[in-house]
Design a protein around this ligand. Structure first.
Ligand SMILES: Nc1nc2c(c(=O)[nH]1)N[C@H]1C(S)=C(S)[C@@H](COP(=O)(O)OP(=O)(O)OC[C@H]3O[C@@H](n4cnc5c(N)ncnc54)[C@H](O)[C@@H]3O)O[C@H]1N2
Ligand code: MOO
Length: 694
């Protein structure tokens, strides 16, 4: 188990966590100030995310030619095609940018009065043009809703009581009538049509028939993909009987005569000379053992003894350096035997002879060079023996040719690449990575500098690409489209991505174009709102067979919620990965719930005092769900029960906040009504989760 705190050494990350924890019940300030209409529409080229591959974007119909058809801006400075399609897009700061336009010029909003610029209808003046006018009976609370109604009630826990939206969420607006605000309001209010969270995940997982078609990739390119077929050994491993140690290959019981003509055997040597019974030859780790070898004596367990009769020569050797040995070829031995026959010098034979006697620790044991054949014999030291097969790795010990090493569906990790190479593979047949395109919506978004003039930084463009890559996607591009229904429609219909991920525009504000565009595109909406907080307006649609769109809400933590609820299961299904293994950990403290919806709350794992009564409250055993793939992948690290690991909810968990999730290692799934202190909570681990923090 990895202890993250120990790994990091520095307290920086933990300090962030502590800070996030410390703000406990103070609650972050509610940023609900009156919002003046924003100025300036700017569809800006987005810098491709770190993980995004800057390929040319799919051209819009009729939109080919010109510099705008080039690769994504940001990677090489070319224009974003969508920007051109948008017609009014200018890189931020360009002279012709409408950024400085007068208030009210930004969006062709319904009416003066300020509300359209807000986009969410906060504020006191819902006139006829205020598309977010709240039903008196419908509200969101401060923590989970993104807006407050005038007549909403709050539970003691601070969670909104939804007393019924204005209409069923599925109420279809008339096609081509995006202005049908009544229907859209109903959808945003959604209470009746929101799909239960677990059902939404299952729906996403079932949305595709199965994994994408396999493709063949060279080993280095296969990392991060999934095996499309079992990995079957193409050879025995080891493919020959080999020495596991530096030492001597011996034949039969000792002592052994040093084999004539033996220069030692190195790894990679071929054409071996058979070893006669009663003989020994130097051998290096990994070298093929000569035919006739019955075992390997480690360098440190053997010594060469000269025959006393060869006095003059021996005397010269032993006296020559006063150390009881001479180096026949200068440096041919070390006295420790640690380099054994692996030393090329040792292959020459006569280097490094030993005195006739010696203890197990003297320089005479473990010499590199073989003595002259017939002059010396090899003896074991320290009572060591060589049993048959000693320190020999027999051919096929790890696998036989044809053995199944890994199942189809296994993620190709660096270790898998290593195994595949060892087993004889140059390329692998893997499931094609789902191609994912990210469309960031919102005229209010800036992509550099400080938030200003009512505009904010795009937090999702930089975040989603890399995150999607960790989920196995090939991110073909991240495009900032602004709030333009035509641009969005063109982008959606022209794309050839397997999955389009949009951000923002899922609700029913005046510039929330996702639903109308889906209707216009003839898409089949599979999930239209999910009973989860944050993120309830998330949606999943089938654009065409094999092509899907996930609409993530614009609020950043709500977008993360949609990513894990809808995108992850969809990508897993497309890339042939097994469903995520569920981990259960006791909560370090109670987590308030929404009355009807699931809540996803950023948590950090901590070790320490075991939670009180960790078992029995939720009915889940600790650890991973039975039968889930990946169980045991982190040994007990994912098992909360009985180990003292607990999930500590983080406080900055509002829909518009990323501070909590950035310090978190998972999201706790809090059922409707809340979860008690010590109760087991399912944890959606974040890809970068490394282990518990002390
Ligand atoms: N009448 C109702 N209005 C809203 C409801 C509702 O139930 N009834 N739900 C609210 C909730 S909850 C959410 S979440 C949002 C979802 O709205 P959209 O998906 O249409 O998102 P936007 O309106 O475009 O943006 C919402 C919010 O997020 C900010 N944002 C958008 N994109 C980004 C980005 N890339 N980086 C950072 N921040 C982003 C945007 O500026 C808004 O502040 O709807 C509520 N309304
Ligand atoms: O609370 Mo909203 O549900 O942020 O997505």
């Amino acid at each position: 188990m990895t202890h993250r705190g120990a790994d990091r050494g520095a307290a920086g990350a933990d300090r962030d966590v502590d800070e996030a924890l410390a703000i406990a019940n103070d609650g972050p300030p509610s940023p609900r100030t009156a919002v003046a209409p924003s100025a300036g529409s700017a569809a800006e080229p987005v810098a491709p995310s770190a993980g995004a591959r800057p390929e040319p974007a799919a051209a819009a119909p009729g939109g080919s030619g010109g510099p705008s058809a080039g690769p994504l801006a940001g990677a090489d400075g070319a224009w974003d095609p969508w920007e051109r399609i948008n017609g009014d897009g200018f890189p931020e700061g360009a002279a012709s940018s409408p950024e400085g336009a007068a208030p009210g010029a930004r969006r062709p909003g319904p009416a003066p009065g300020g509300q359209p610029g807000d986009g969410h209808g906060h504020g006191p003046g819902p006139g006829p043009s205020h598309s977010h006018s709240h039903s008196p009976s419908h509200s969101h609370d401060r923590d989970h809703g993104c807006h407050a109604g005038t007549g909403g009630r709050e539970t003691p826990a601070g969670h909104a009581v939804h007393t019924g939206g204005p209409g069923p969420s599925g109420t279809p607006s008339a096609p081509g009538a995006p202005g049908a605000l009544g229907a859209r309001e109903a959808r945003a209010g959604h209470r009746h049509g929101a799909m239960p969270w677990s059902e939404a995940r299952a729906t996403a997982a079932r949305a595709v028939r199965g994994p994408l078609a396999p493709e063949v990739r060279q080993l280095p390119d296969a990392l991060g993909t999934v095996l499309a077929e079992p990995l079957t050994a193409l050879t025995d491993l080891p493919s020959f009987d080999s020495s596991a140690m530096d030492g001597w290959a011996v034949s039969g019981p000792g002592p052994w005569r040093i084999a004539t003509g033996g220069h030692g055997v190195l790894a990679g040597d071929d054409g071996l000379v058979p070893l006669e019974d009663g003989h020994a030859v130097r051998i290096a780790t990994g070298a093929r053992v000569p035919p006739g070898t019955t075992g390997v004596l480690r360098s440190e367990y053997g010594e060469i003894r000269r025959r006393p009769a060869r006095g003059p020569e021996d005397g010269g050797h032993t006296g020559g350096n006063g150390g009881g040995h001479t180096g026949g070829n200068g440096g041919g031995h070390t006295g420790t035997g640690s380099d054994g026959a692996g030393s090329r010098g040792g292959r020459d034979g006569r280097d490094g002879t030993n005195p006739p006697t010696g203890g197990p620790h003297g320089p005479e044991h473990g010499t590199t060079g073989a003595p002259a054949p017939g002059d010396a014999s090899l003896h074991t030291t320290g009572g060591h023996t060589v049993v048959p097969g000693q320190d020999i790795r027999p051919r096929g010990q790890e696998c036989r040719s044809g053995d199944r090493l890994l199942a189809a569906g296994t993620a190709v990790t660096p270790a898998v690449l290593g195994l595949a190479a060892a087993a004889g593979y140059d390329e692998l047949r893997t499931v094609r990575r789902p191609r994912v395109e990210v469309l960031v919506l919102g005229d209010e978004l800036l992509h550099s500098g400080l938030p200003r003039d009512g505009r904010i930084r795009d937090a999702l463009g930089p975040m989603l690409g890399p995150w999607l890559e960790t989920l196995g996607a090939e991110v073909t591009g991240t495009y900032r489209l602004g709030d333009d229904a035509e641009v969005l429609h063109t982008a959606v219909t022209a794309s050839d991505a397997d999955v389009i991920v949009t951000t923002g525009g899922t609700a029913a504000g005046p510039v929330d174009h996702v639903h109308p565009v889906l209707r216009r595109s003839g898409a089949e909406v599979l999930v239209d709102g999910v009973a989860v907080r944050p993120g309830h307006p998330m949606l999943l649609a089938r654009l065409a067979p094999g092509r899907h769109l996930v609409g993530l809400p614009g609020n950043p933590l709500a977008a993360v919620s949609g990513l894990l609820t809808l995108v992850e299961p969809l990508l897993r299904a497309l890339s042939g990965r097994a469903p995520r293994a569920a981990a259960y950990v006791p909560l370090a403290e109670g987590a308030p719930g929404h009355p009807r919806d699931t809540r996803l709350v950023p948590v950090v794992r901590r070790t320490g005092t075991p939670a009180a009564s960790p078992s029995g409250r939720s009915g889940h055993p600790g650890g991973r769900a039975p039968g889930s793939r990946g169980a045991g992948a982190r040994s007990s690290g994912n098992t909360g029960a009985g180990t003292g690991h607990r999930a500590v909810p983080l406080r900055f968990n509002g829909p518009a906040m990323l501070r909590g999730i950035a310090a978190a290692d998972g999201l706790a799934v809090v059922p409707p009504g809340g979860a008690e202190d010590g109760s087991m909570a399912e944890i959606l681990e974040l890809p970068w989760f490394e282990g518990e923090t002390e």
